[in-house]
Design a protein around this ligand. Structure first.
Ligand code: FES
Length: 570
C-alpha cells in the first residue's frame, strides 16, 4: 500500500529526516513506514459545550487506530458553539470547513476521523473532507440525556421557545422560567431534540459516512466509546481500501440522506448543509430533490419539535436503522456506507422496540413529511417550509404583510400595542440571508406579538430569508432566495401588500403587479446593512457567499482540490 504520508516520511534525504525527527517524540521508527497516519479532527472546545466531551471520545478513537496498526494524530480544528457565537455560528461554517480542509491537505495525513456534534460541526467537517478527498469517517458526539422540570421532560431549544412564550403570554413567572435553566442541560452531549445536531448526525449516517448504527447514541452511553473505538479501526481499513468521499458519496447517498431527513422529521438546516456538501463533491443535488424525494416519505420518529419524544428515546426504541427499515423500499440500494457495504444491508436486524417512539409505516406520525420547496414571485429561486412543523390551517393562506427590516426593527416593534397586526397577517423579516445579516442566522421563527399571544394565537405565517432553529416549529417560510440583500423581491415588499402561501401548490407569491414592483426601490435598511464596512473573514464571506438554494457556500470553495501537495517546505 502506497501511503500519502510516505511523501513526507519515506527516504533517507534531509527533508524526510526533518519530517520524521520532529514527530518521533517517543514513537517507534516503524510508525513512519507503512502505517496509516490517521488525523482525529476534533471539535472539542469549552466554547462549543455540546462538543466539550469529545476529547474522551478521541481517546477511544486513538485506541482503535493503534489497534488496527495506524498512527492516531490529534488535530484540534475550528469548533462552532451554536448557542454562544454572535452574530451566528453559520457565519463561520465555511471558514471552519476551509481551515480543516487546508490543515488536512498540508499535513502528512492518510485518513481522518471527524469528531463533531453541535449543529455546524459535522457539516463543516464533511465539507472539508469532501474537498480534500481523503478517506474520512464521521464519529458523532451524541445527544445528551433528557432533563426534567416540574416532572416533565425538557426538550433543548423547543422547550426554551415554549417556556419563553409562556412568560410572554403571562402563564409562567419569570422566576419559574429561570429555575428551569439548570434542568435544561442534564449531561454531556448535544441538544436532545430532533434539532440540527441530531438531524446532521442522522443524515451523516444515512449518507453513509458513519459506522452504521452509531448516530444518536447518547453522549454519556458507554456504547458511544465502543463505537469510537471501532471507528478508529475502520479509518485504518478505509485507507487500505482507498475508500474516499468521492467513492462513497454518490447521488444515491444523498437520496438516502433525504429519506432519513424526512422520516425523522429533521431540521430544515440539513437542506443548506447537504447542498453545500454535494457542491464540494460535484454531486448534482438540487433544492427540488428535497421535495421530490422527501415529500412522499412518512414521518415515523415521534420526536420534538414535530412530536413528543427525545433522542434517548429514539436510541432506546431502535435508533435510526429501525426507522430506515420501515422505509427500506424508498431508499436507494446503491447508497454505500464507509464500511464498503450498502446502507440497506444494515437494516435486516433493526427491530423497533417501542412503537410509540418509532411508528410503523402503517401508523405514521405524519403521512407525508419532508420539506416543501416553494417558488413564486416572492421567491424566484426557492424557499422552504416544513409542513410537519406547521399549522394545517395555515398551509394555504392569504394575508396582509407586516414587514420588519431587521431583527432589531422586529424586537423594537413587535410588542407595541399599536402595531397594526392580526392573526391573519403575514409577518415578513428580511435582511437575514447569507449576505444581509451576514451569516443567515436562525431568527426566522419570529415570536408572535404579545397582544396576539394573549388572545390565544399560537401560530402565524412568517416569511424570512434567514434560517430557523431545528428545534423550532410553526408555519415559517425560510431560506427565501434570492435574499433581500442580494436583490430579491423580498426587499420590495411593503406593509399592507398581500402575500399568498399555498404549500400544496408549492407557491409563495407577492400579489403586487410587476409594474408596481419595478417602480419600487429596495428598502433602505436592507441596502445599508449589506453595504456596512467589513474586514477579515466577514468581508471575504459577504463578497463570496452564494445563496441558500445552492447551500450558502463560498463561490471559490465549491468543488474539490484533492489531497495533492506539490512542493516541499524546506
Ligand atoms: Fe449545540 Fe444545540 S446548541 S446542539
Amino acid at each position: 500500500m502506497k501511503l500519502r504520508s510516505a511523501q513526507w516520511y519515506a527516504g533517507q534525504d534531509r527533508n524526510a529526516y526533518i519530517h520524521r525527527a520532529w514527530m518521533r517524540r517517543g514513537v517507534p521508527a516503524d510508525a513512519f513506514t507503512g502505517r496509516p497516519q490517521i488525523a482525529i479532527a476534533n471539535t472539542a472546545s469549552d466554547l462549543a459545550p455540546c462538543n466539550a466531551h469529545l476529547n474522551e471520545v478521541a481517546a477511544s478513537v486513538r485506541n482503535g487506530v493503534y489497534e488496527a496498526g495506524g498512527i492516531p494524530l490529534d488535530v484540534p480544528v475550528v469548533s462552532l458553539g451554536e448557542t454562544q457565537m454572535r452574530p451566528t455560528a453559520m457565519l463561520w461554517r465555511n471558514m471552519a470547513a476551509m481551515a480543516t480542509e487546508e490543515m488536512l491537505r498540508a499535513n502528512p495525513v492518510d485518513g481522518v476521523v471527524l469528531l463533531g456534534g453541535c449543529d455546524k460541526t459535522i457539516p463543516s467537517l464533511l465539507m472539508a473532507a469532501s474537498s480534500v478527498d481523503l478517506p474520512a469517517v464521521v464519529m458523532p458526539g451524541g445527544p445528551m440525556l433528557t432533563g426534567t422540570f416540574r416532572g416533565k421532560p425538557l426538550g433543548c431549544g423547543t422547550d426554551v421557545w415554549r417556556l419563553s412564550e409562556e412568560v410572554r403570554a403571562g402563564t409562567l413567572s419569570n422566576e419559574e422560567f429561570t429555575r428551569s435553566e439548570s434542568a435544561m442541560i442534564r449531561s454531556r452531549g448535544h441538544c436532545n431534540t430532533m434539532g440540527t445536531a441530531s438531524t446532521m448526525a442522522v443524515v451523516a449516517e444515512a449518507l453513509g459516512t458513519t459506522l452504521p448504527g452509531t448516530a444518536g447514541t447518547p453522549a454519556p452511553d458507554s456504547r458511544l466509546l465502543e463505537a469510537a473505538h471501532r471507528t478508529g479501526r475502520l479509518a485504518v481499513e478505509m485507507v487500505s481500501a482507498d475508500r474516499r468521499p468521492s467513492t462513497v458519496l454518490t447521488k444515491a447517498s444523498f437520496h438516502n440522506a433525504i429519506v432519513a431527513l424526512a422520516a425523522v422529521g429533521g431540521s430544515t438546516n440539513a437542506v443548506v448543509h447537504l447542498l453545500a456538501i454535494a457542491g464540494r463533491l460535484g454531486v448534482d443535488l438540487t433544492l427540488d430533490d428535497f421535495d421530490r424525494i422527501g415529500s412522499r416519505v412518512p414521518v415515523l420518529a415521534d420526536l420534538l419539535p414535530a412530536g413528543r419524544f427525545l433522542m434517548d428515546d429514539l436510541y432506546r426504541a431502535g435508533g435510526l436503522l429501525a426507522v430506515l427499515r420501515e422505509v427500506r423500499d424508498l431508499l436507494d440500494p446503491e447508497g454505500l456506507t464507509v464500511d464498503g457495504t450498502p446502507l440497506v444491508d444494515h437494516l435486516d436486524d433493526a427491530p423497533i422496540w417501542d412503537p410509540e417512539v418509532i411508528r410503523s409505516r402503517q401508523k405514521p406520525l405524519v403521512a407525508e413529511g419532508g420539506i416543501a420547496v416553494l417558488r413564486g414571485s416572492l421567491a424566484p429561486r426557492g424557499a422552504v417550509v416544513k409542513p410537519a412543523a406547521a399549522s394545517p390551517h395555515l398551509l394555504r393562506h392569504r394575508g396582509r404583510a407586516v414587514v420588519f427590516d431587521s431583527i432589531e426593527d422586529f424586537h423594537a416593534r413587535v410588542d407595541d400595542p399599536d402595531l397594526d397586526i392580526d392573526a391573519d397577517s403575514v409577518m415578513v423579516l428580511r435582511g437575514c440571508g447569507p449576505k444581509g445579516y451576514p451569516g443567515m442566522p436562525e431568527v426566522s421563527n419570529m415570536p408572535l406579538p404579545r397582544k396576539l399571544l394573549e388572545q390565544g394565537v399560537r401560530d402565524m405565517v412568517r416569511v424570512c430569508d434567514g434560517r430557523m432553529s431545528g428545534t423550532a416549529y410553526g408555519t415559517v417560510v425560510l431560506h427565501v432566495a434570492p435574499e433581500a440583500a442580494a436583490g430579491g423581491p423580498l426587499a420590495l415588499v411593503r406593509t399592507g401588500d398581500v402575500i399568498s402561501l399555498d404549500v400544496d401548490a408549492r407557491r409563495l407569491d407577492l400579489e403586487v403587479s410587476a409594474e408596481e414592483l419595478a417602480r419600487r426601490t429596495p428598502s433602505r435598511a436592507t441596502v445599508d446593512g449589506y453595504a456596512a464596512p467589513r474586514r477579515g473573514w466577514e468581508r471575504l464571506y459577504v463578497d463570496h457567499v452564494q445563496q441558500a438554494d445552492t447551500g450558502a457556500d463560498l463561490d471559490f470553495l465549491t468543488g474539490s482540490s484533492g489531497s495533492e501537495v506539490s512542493r516541499e517546505s524546506h
